[in-house]
Design a protein around this ligand. Sequence first.
Ligand code: PDD
Length: 291
Amino acid sequence: MTPYVADPVYLNGQFLPLAEARVSPLDRGFLYGDGVYEVIPVYSRRPFRMAEHLARLQATLAGIHLGNPLPLAEWQKIVERLVEQAPWDDQSIYLQVTRGADDKRDHAFPPASVPATVFAFASPLVTPSPAVRAAGVAAITVTDQRWARCDLKVISLLANVLARQQAVELGCAEALLIRDSYVKEGAASNVFVVKDGLLLAPPKTQLMLPGITYDVILELAAQHQQPLEVREIAEAELRTADEVWMTSSTKEVLAITTLDGKPVGNGKPGPLGVRMWQWYQDFKNTVMRKG
Ligand code: PDD
């Protein structure tokens, strides 16, 4: 059976088999969820938007007052080696940094002498199948119960986990998070809405993760003269939309065709979503798969 995690993984300066990788139970990632992460898609063994992912990692580290343990060139080398040694052409690279393990449990930061824990691994990238894309997926809406810094890609994801689990228990693929009557994003994706040919995207605020895929979608919309408004999207607009999409590094652009048990538009993936998916593939193929 194909493993989900490739050997070797990277842990604190070493490349080693997953089965040999060890982290202290006093690690602050384990005790407090005190850490950050990134997920970088790789197509034909080329990382997609790596500079942007590493810049977001840096921004999140700064946001939690944790120094970047590695220079940019070192991150790039780690990613390149993981990609090279994994058995798949299309991959998803996971990077995680935590505030390390002190010799005690204390909420306040450990002394500067405690090194960060750095962990990274490659998995196969499994994008939605043609059948899933043709049908679209079902989603639910839930109240956004996360903290007030959703722009930081931190590993403390309990509210996201609970929201996604609620969706899964109802046979749905995603939970869209509603805060103060506005939809912000999904549990692990950004959200876009189409109404009367106009593409709507929520603005980047501290209440939404600035998605790397989200940026690509905005660029593609501009490039193809697709009318676009970046502004808050009211829950009522979400419910009367012609199209709703979720976007992420692993889902790319995926139509949500059922919301809280009701059809979105005519219940089928809409034309703009289909076009955007194609633009996304064309863009990817142009920048990634060329020799
Ligand atoms: N999640 N919003 C949230 C809350 C996310 O967790 C993600 C991605 C996104 C989309 O970001 P990007 O386009 O950069 O992948 C938006 C990743 C894939 C994860 O947690 O596995």
